[in-house]
Design a protein around this ligand. Structure first.
Ligand code: C5P
Length: 392
């Protein structure tokens, strides 16, 4: 999840910052607020704390246990630093490298992109000093969301009104390359391993961590989709804003998917489902010495193939994506799987040599009926975005 550090300065337009923060949250971004002392005369930090569910930073010398150099930790946390509303005073300080409070010190320390949305009286805005300061900052790569013209709080008419929250949010999302192309879509994802009991304490499973499926769920959520994640047992927490269903066995996973597949627009099956399960799991622990025959030979029955079953009843417009873990002949095997399962895409994982299972990175090939594309080794979150770019 990307973090937008929202700098808030002392200006009447400050109330619009609440809507800006909401906009970031709807787009799956984390917002964290740093205020100038003057800003706290307009709005109490409690409001921003409640909205963001994050501590709000104000004083440069506030005592923060475990974080003595707060401006540096804040500056590093930010993927982007937005200052909205930004007063003429703060613009002037930034243009001159002045760092005399927490907000301006953080701005000087950060290497993240800075976006400024100015708001002030028309004469202050048009003052050559302000215009020159803004030009200086632009030259240094600071981005501006220009103030609007219109009726100003002081009663004057002219340029200086804070841009619309929607415009500011969009500018930030564009800069962070956050896509919102799945708004209104339902995405169903399976993840993790399945666990098939042999007896009360033993089971058949595999080392799938669920990271790929969870990364896809978060990426689809961030792009605006309603996401349902059906996952086998994994050590990951439910992603915020994702309907997460926890199952154990392949049969339970099948049932959960079966009930939700028809309403989905995109279904991605990343789960490492056990192909077989013990035919007659014992309800008690099988004992060495007493139950040796049952332990030495475990009769297995085949599990339902969730992907193949769902893909066979796919409606027009629905997109079904399967995964395949391959150690060799990756493309040929993926193509075979594409045909046998009737999927629209197969994402073939290169496994073996410690690759894919449980790792943070993935190297995959995306195969469809008329294309194949090898994606470079990348973090699972980036891979999720790259796959959604292509699938959608
Ligand atoms: O046949 P194989 O297990 O290699 O196929 C892998 C793909 O099929 C994955 O997308 C996996 O989630 C899916 N699958 C499934 N149900 C099964 C077995 C595999 O959905 N029983």
């Amino acid at each position: 999840m990307k973090t937008v550090l929202v700098g808030v300065t002392g200006c009447v337009a400050i109330y619009k910052t609440c809507e800006i923060i909401r906009g970031f949250q709807k787009a799956g971004l984390r917002a964290k607020v740093v205020m100038t002392e003057s800003a706290t005369h307009f709005i109490n930090p409690t409001l921003f704390r409640a909205l963001t569910r994050e501590p709000v930073a104000v004083g440069l010398f506030d005592d923060r246990p475990g974080d003595p150099i707060h401006h540096i930790s804040l500056s590093k946390e930010a993927d982007l630093f937005l200052i909205a509303p930004c007063t003429a005073n703060v613009i002037a300080k930034l243009a001159n490298g002045i760092a005399d409070d927490l907000l301006t010190t953080t701005a000087l320390a950060t290497t993240a992109p800075i976006v400024i949305a100015p708001a002030m009286n028309v004469n202050m805005y048009q003052n050559v000093a302000t215009q020159q300061n803004m030009a200086t900052l632009r030259e240094r790569g600071v981005a501006f969301v220009d103030a609007d013209s219109g009726y100003l709080a002081c009663g004057d008419m002219g340029k200086g009104r804070l841009a619309d929250p929607e415009v500011i949010v969009k500018a930030v999302l564009d800069m962070l390359a956050v896509k919102r192309d799945l708004v209104g879509k339902r995405v169903l994802i399976t993840a993790g391993p399945t666990v098939e009991p042999i007896d009360a304490v033993r089971f058949i499973s595999n080392p799938s961590s669920g990271k790929t499926g969870f990364a896809l769920a978060e990426a689809a959520r961030d792009r605006g989709a309603h996401v349902t994640l059906v996952t086998g047992p994994v050590a990951l927490e439910d992603p915020e804003g994702v309907e997460t269903l926890r199952v154990k066995t392949a049969c339970e996973m099948f049932e959960a998917v079966d009930a939700r597949f028809d309403e989905s627009d995109i279904a991605v099956f990343t789960a490492a489902v056990s192909d077989f399960r013990p035919a007659e799991p014992a309800s008690r622990k099988l004992k060495k010495g007493t139950d040796d025959e049952s332990l030495k030979t475990i009769a297995l029955v085949e599990n339902p193939d969730i992907l193949a079953t769902m893909a066979s009843r796919k409606r027009t417009g629905q997109v079904v994506v399967g995964f395949a873990a391959e150690t060799d002949d990756v493309e040929a095997n993926a193509r075979k799987k594409l045909e046998s399962k009737k999927a629209d895409y197969i994402v073939a994982n290169y496994v073996g040599d410690g690759k894919a299972f449980g790792t943070e990175e993935n190297e995959v090939m995306l195969v469809s009926s008329d294309s194949s594309e090898k994606l470079p080794l990348m973090a699972k979150g980036d891979m999720a975005q790259a796959l959604l770019d292509r699938i959608n």
